[in-house]
Design a binder for this molecule. Structure first.
Ligand SMILES: Nc1ncnc2c1ncn2[C@@H]1O[C@H](COP(=O)(O)OP(=O)(O)OP(=O)(O)O)[C@@H](O)[C@H]1O
Ligand SMILES: [Mg+2]
Length: 319
């Protein structure tokens, strides 16, 4: 198995559960480039969890292929395959009778790491996911909040530095504030670690925030669209996708662009005096909200030092 972030390819991957009508995953083809986050979304029963379990061979393919760095998953030793894939399962799935340290150390222990190395790695990972390396390692899952448990689940999946991460609704049952913080921390971590990640969620906003690309599955595990968040919001391929991303998709798309990306009008001789001001890193949705709130048609875009960069008109934002 590769030890660096790997490319993951689904090639006509199909799963039909015995004794059930229709496929759970139907001729799924998509490539997750190495180091990217692919978010899988779709209706309940759409085959998201099945797609993840096909990758680590918890479920056998009915037909088609899945390749990791060009090698079919069936050609890897199954134990080695699973150990080099970090898996965060739906509902966290920590071992309740084991401490946080023992939970995180599961795969390293199976790999035969020395105790001192495991202890050190657990400290490093707790630090990484924002828990206390001294105090929290001795706790049991029941002594943690939902958000803390999710962090331990993430640390456990990262423990042996996997080539690939499969994350099944990892921030599922968490209040919106903690969830937003976990998302931010996950993105910061990903900036450092650059793993190849397949991330399942029900939440379209989470998909837009986290995904380099989003794969939308429809009923029966058929791929509806696989594209960047921007492309999905601006060019949904059909009604199903448009409905799925929501009526406010135009606003969501605005939130993905910044004022700095616009062609601005020069500020003119008065330097844009009297116009509302926003930084070049502000997004177009916030810019539009400001114009509406202030009942204005234009705003002055300023650089980090407050100096004028140019003027953005309302029609430039929504054009
Ligand atoms: N072990 C199994 N045996 C038979 N059918 C199964 C099995 N696991 C899942 N299914 C069926 O396959 C389909 C896809 O299920 P899956 O769990 O992959 O969906 P999901 O997209 O993860 O749903 P959710 O969003 O609710 O987690 C469903 O119709 C489900 O009932
Ligand atoms: Mg599922």
């Amino acid at each position: 198995m590769p030890t660096e972030a790997a490319e993951l390819v689904f090639d006509e991957a199909t799963k039909v559960y015995p004794g059930r009508d229709g496929a759970a995953v139907d001729h799924l083809s998509l490539t997750v480039p190495s180091g990217e986050i692919c978010v899988l979304v779709g209706p309940s029963g759409g085959g998201k969890t099945t797609a993840l379990k096909l990758v680590n061979r918890l479920i056998p393919l009915t037909s088609g292929y899945i390749r990791i760095d060009g090698t079919q998953i069936g050609d890897y030793d199954v134990t080695e395959l699973r150990r080099s894939i970090g898996y965060v399962i739906q509902q966290v799935g920590l071992f309740p009778h084991m401490t946080v340290e023992a939970n995180i150390g599961t795969v390293p222990r199976l790999l035969g790491w020395e105790r001192s190395r495991i202890r050190e790695r657990v400290g490093e990972l707790l630090e990484l996911v924002g828990l206390d390396p001294e105090q929290d390692r001795r706790r049991f899952p029941a002594e943690l909040s939902g958000g803390q448990r999710q962090r331990v689940g993430l640390a456990r999946a990262l423990a042996a530095n996997p080539a690939l991460m499969l994350m099944d609704e990892p921030f599922g049952a968490i209040d919106p504030i903690v969830r937003a913080r976990l998302q931010d921390e996950f993105l910061r971590l990903q900036g450092e670690l650059r793993k190849t990640v397949v991330f399942v969620t029900h939440d379209v906003d989470e998909a837009i925030k986290l995904g380099d690309r989003i794969a939308i599955l429809r009923e029966g595990g058929r791929l509806a669209q696989y594209d960047t968040p921007q492309r999905i919001l601006e060019h949904p391929v059909d009604e199903f996708v448009a409905d799925f991303v929501g009526r406010d998709r135009a606003l969501k798309a605005l939130a993905l662009r910044t004022l700095g990306e616009l062609e601005l009008v020069p500020a003119g001789r008065d330097g844009g005096d009297g116009l509302p001001r926003l930084g070049a890193d502000a997004n177009l949705r916030d810019a539009l909200a400001l114009l509406i709130a202030e009942r204005r048609d234009a705003l002055l875009v300023v650089g980090a030092d407050g100096s004028p960069v140019g003027v953005a008109r309302r029609r430039d934002l929504i054009g």
